[in-house]
Write a protein that binds this ligand. Structure first.
Ligand code: C5P
Length: 205
């Protein structure tokens, strides 16, 4: 069984995907981490994120790299959303994601293009969204919880900018697949969102 969970930053998709994976006993891949790894590589190398070849030069994936706590930084997320617009960067990451989706027994993947590009044949697809101000509040609280002081306005601006880049890019833009169920978490706490996600998946399998 393959479950695809897509949606914008701080929509709740990651938490929902983890909960679904736990519920069904499936492995889970947060595909944003792959793009964040390329973004972080660019930041550390001082490379130009708007040039695909620069972003990919010397970038090698390893389990250690994907566990780097810096991947969760806002800087890595912003760099990820720039490098992810390059077809060459997306192509370099596609096989790893498809191989994960093809695991015997199935998998849960979350990202932006899982239901449309990576696993269009997924058994259940969710597109998780929430109002930008609500997502910014969640992300702001999460950052403060991690001891990272930043203003709400700054976080909201970053979220809007990332949405804009992810939605408007030419290659694999963030879009709800035709056969995906929409889950709007604007007025839901995370428990309610997980319950609803489980009900939607159950109705599809
Ligand atoms: O999900 P997360 O916020 O960690 O993703 C970081 C960035 O990686 C996104 O803003 C997006 O540009 C890119 N991404 C993508 N396709 C995916 C997952 C993430 O383009 N499947």
């Amino acid at each position: 069984m393959i479950i695809a969970v897509d949606g914008p930053a701080a929509s709740g998709k990651g938490t929902i995907a983890r909960a679904l994976a736990k519920h069904y006993g499936l492995p889970h891949l947060d595909t944003g981490l792959l793009y964040r790894a390329v973004g972080l590589h660019v930041l550390r190398e001082g490379a130009d994120p708007s040039i695909a070849a620069d972003a990919l030069a010397g970038c090698r994936f390893s389990d250690a790299m994907l566990a780097d706590p810096q991947l969760r930084s806002e800087a890595a997320g912003a760099a990820a959303s720039v490098v992810s617009a390059h077809p060459a960067v997306r192509a370099a990451l596609i096989e790893r994601q498809r191989a994960f989706a093809a695991r015997p027994g199935g998998a849960v993947l979350d990202g932006r293009d899982i239901g449309t590009v990576i696993a269009p044949h997924a058994d259940a697809k969710l597109f998780v969204k929430a109002a930008p101000a609500v997502r910014a509040r969640r992300r702001h609280e999460e950052l403060r919880g991690r001891g990272l002081e930043t203003s709400f306005d700054r976080v909201l601006l970053d979220i809007r900018e990332r949405d804009r880049r992810d939605t408007l890019r030419d290659h694999a833009p963030m879009v709800q697949a035709d056969d995906a169920d929409l889950l709007d978490t604007t007025f839901m706490d995370i428990e309610a969102a997980i319950d609803r996600a489980l009900a939607l998946v159950e109705a599809r399998i």
